[in-house]
Design a protein around this ligand. Sequence first.
Ligand code: R5P
Length: 306
Amino acid sequence: MICLYTMPGNAPTAGALAAHLDGDYAVRCEPVSVHAFPDGESMVQLPPPAPDTEAVLVCTLDRPDTKTVPLLAAAATLRELGARRVGLVAPYLAYMRQDKRFAPGQAVSARSYAALLSAHFDWLVTVDPHLHRIKQLSEVYALQSRVVHAAPYLAEWIKAHVPRPLIIGPDDESEQWARDVAARINAPVLVLRKQRFGDTDVRVTVPELGHYPEHTPVLLDDIISSGRTLVGALEHLREAHSVPAVCVAVHGLLAGDAMAQIRAAGAAQIVCSTSVAHETALIDISAALAEGVRELVAPRVTEVTA
Ligand code: R5P
């Protein structure tokens, strides 16, 4: 039996995941309730697991600072109450961009956050974590992990909705996603150069677009956070008199006024995967999550008889 314990805000993801797994496994979804006390602490409560249950917490980890303490409390509670193993499905995995001490005394949060999750879970499934200076999750995570990829789903969406796409990665960190998606749909690809001077101060340079006058630019990144990377790229595209660009990302964190800024900079559309709940989350990646879960749920048994 797999029980998908659903942290607040994750019911659509858990439901879609259950639909993919159902038929291969006996699957149940149970909500985890999180009551916020006036002093900022929280009370976590969940239905106790049946004996021999593989418990899976479903919790995407955007805005992680408020989500993580209840998540860890839920994982510890499941173990105390007898869950055989406790897994985590986190479509967005937080803190992966803080993968280096950029200035003296800074925390390398990718490592400390990984240590926290690794102490509470047996396994983890996530979608396209920001692997840049850290090349594999196993460099920092001491648990079984599966990384699944949004590229096939992003590519399918672009192919269906964008005429003659020109895929543009706004910086070298986005290059792996841009090239992968472009290759899947036989589209041309450009990668821009970015310099970041602060949280919201980003400058982007765009190479010659003149080779692709008939194409629709698709700015493709793994994460949209403040949106300033895309704004920088959109402003240059506008100066180059390009047709309005479509912005596509794996993880739409879209902090603060990101949406307004990206629209004001001339985006024709902003579309992200369902890894983070948002009005732009139109590209369903639950099938990929289910593949990851299938690989990690152990032992692999078919629990449904014909
Ligand atoms: C980092 O290099 C990532 O690939 C994204 O480009 C970045 O996280 C986007 O951040 P923002 O939206 O704040 O510019």
